[in-house]
Write a protein of this length. Structure first.
Length: 411
């Protein structure tokens, strides 16, 4: 009877061991799968990855600054910000101008110290070409609405992104036809529209060079971009047609919704245009020290924390950044800054929550695996049929046998 009971007990123990082993394999596989899925999700956000695209030879950091709606942020403010920014880059040792007479005329990267220590088109026409000779690139944007007219067709209250600088470098939208308009163009009359708007106005997406009217002023379609679909995209603000125009055109011929504006006279005949409304500034530059670029941008903005939010895009999906999202669960949604986030930031914040949840599941899987392994080691140690002395003697015997065989070979 006792023998039978012992056999049943051993069978149950063996079955338990097999199930635990299978559980460990499943948990490890789940961790690896969720890790791969997380990386796939991050790859859907090219707007957050300009730092990685810029250069493989040096560490670059992308940072975004978002301003509250009550601030009057215009082009003059951005120019002042960048003037201070470049001065601080020199102050902290990120760059310095080459000495006169040297072969290189541009700035170079040198050894970096922390702030605390010192107070367009590409070959496939899908994204702007990265110029490694430049030390950094930047852009700014505002959001609003415009009316676009083509012959007898009118698209009213179209969502418009007014851009200036290297916007399409940071936002490599997938082109269906044409190209992005150049930020250096003398005439700010280029416009990029999505497929939906192209079909609405022209009945085709091959409309490069077509003239449309914005505020009774002709603009020319430079390119047509793919309309991104999906629940997250629609919830972020891409639920309607979008047109990308110059910030100058948005100020003159549109209505800015993203921030405070003022009316300014731009011609002797009394013509006026809006100024201000900029809510997003983006920059990519060398970041040899973690957090240094975000700190420089924040200090260059010269605004209190209540009026600005600075985000390190390069590190926002890192382990510790997502861990911070997990730790702020419940309070993260309590946003006390009046910021009109553009769709790409809304999308990134949504994916942050998803990625943080996936990370939490992965951490739970890893914790269970570690606990099982620790318990197995403890159980094996308690039921051990070996001693440290026995292992030592065994190793010494093996060493002796090896030396004997080696001596015999020499003979």
């Amino acid at each position: 009877m006792k023998t039978k009971f012992k056999e049943i007990q051993n069978s149950l123990i063996q079955l338990f061991k097999n199930k635990v082993f299978i559980l460990v394999i499943i948990l490890i596989a789940a961790d690896l799968f969720l890790g791969a899925y997380s990386r796939a999700l991050i790859s859907r956000l090219p707007e957050q990855a300009e730092g990685q695209r810029w250069s493989d030879e040096r560490k670059m950091t992308q940072v975004s600054a978002f301003f509250t709606e009550d601030q009057l942020i215009d082009s003059d403010y951005i120019r002042k910000l960048e003037y201070i920014l470049q001065a601080k880059m020199n102050d902290v040792g990120i760059i310095e101008e080459d000495d006169e007479g040297s072969g290189n005329a541009g700035p170079v990267i040198i050894e970096t110290q922390t702030l605390d220590a010192t107070n367009v088109d590409s070959e496939d026409a899908s994204q702007e070409e990265v110029d490694d000779s430049r030390l950094y690139a930047s852009c700014y944007s505002a959001q609003g609405i415009i009316s676009i007219t083509f012959e007898n067709k009118v698209a009213d209250k179209v969502t418009a992104i007014g851009t200036e600088g290297d916007f399409f470098l940071f936002h490599p939208l997938e082109l269906v036809s044409g190209s992005y308009y150049s930020p250096d163009a003398l005439m700010k009359d280029g416009i990029v529209i999505d497929e939906d708007l192209a079909w609405q106005l022209f009945g085709s997406n091959d409309v490069v060079g077509q003239m449309v009217m914005i505020g009774q002023v002709p603009h020319y379609v430079s390119g047509v971009v793919k309309r991104e679909e999906g629940k997250m995209r629609k919830a972020s603000g891409q639920n309607a047609s979008i047109a990308y125009i110059s910030y100058d055109s948005l100020c003159k011929y549109g209505t800015i919704l993203s921030g405070r504006t003022e009316s300014a006279e731009i011609a002797e005949d009394g013509t006026t245009a809006s100024k201000g409304g900029i809510n997003c500034y983006e920059v990519v530059m060398p970041g040899p020290v973690d957090g240094i670029v975000a700190q420089i941008v924040k200090e260059s903005a010269s605004l209190d924390d209540a009026y600005i939010s600075v985000i390190d895009n390069t590190e926002r999906f890192s382990f510790f950044a997502l861990l911070n999202v997990i730790m702020s669960y419940g309070t993260r949604s309590m946003w006390n800054k009046a910021i009109f986030f553009p769709y790409w930031e809304n999308l990134a914040r949504g994916y942050e929550d998803i990625l943080a949840t996936l990370l939490l599941i992965r951490l739970i899987c890893r914790t269970i695996v570690v606990v099982i392994i620790v318990l197995f080691i403890i159980r094996a140690y308690r039921n051990k049929k070996w001693t440290v002395r026995g292992i030592f003697n065994y190793l010494m015997e093996k060493k002796y046998d090896y030396e004997v065989k080696r001596a015999q070979k020499r003979l």
